[in-house]
Write a new protein. Sequence first.
Length: 156
Amino acid sequence: MTGPARVFEDEQSGLAAILAGKIVAGDVMVLRYLGPKGGPGMPEMLAPTGALVGQGLGESVGLITDGRFSGGTWGMVVGHVAPEAAVGGTIAFIQEGDLITIDAHRLLLQLNVSEEEIARRRAAWTAPKPRYTRGVQAKFAFNACTASKGAVLDNY
C-alpha cells in the first residue's frame, strides 16, 4: 500500500484521531517518539491497532512506529523502526501528507521523499526534550540502546 502520512508525536493523539473518525482507508499512520529513548521503553501499540480494527480499518490503514506491537496486533503495521525518532531516525522527518509505501511481499518500507528533502529536514530538526528528566524512566531513556539491538542497557 502507498498512502499519505498521518503523523502523531505520541500514541494518545493517534488513538484520539482514530476514534474521532479522522483516519480513513488508505492513510498510513506514523506514531513516533515511542522508541526506547522517546517512549521511553517502547510502549505497546495494541490500543491504536485495536481501534483501527474496531473502526473497520484494520486492512486498509497502515501504521508505522518506533514503538512496539504484541502478538495480538495484525494488519499492515511496522514496528520497532530504528533508528527511532528521538535520536534523529528518518521517522522523525516524516511530514503530514508525505507518501509512504509499505510492501510486505517485498519487505519494503519507503518514505517517498527525495534524499535532498530528507537532508533539509534533518538539518532543521532538533531533538525533543525528554519526557522524563528524573527517576527510572529518565535513566532508561538516557541509557537504552536502539530497538535494533534489543532496547537494552547492556552497553552500560
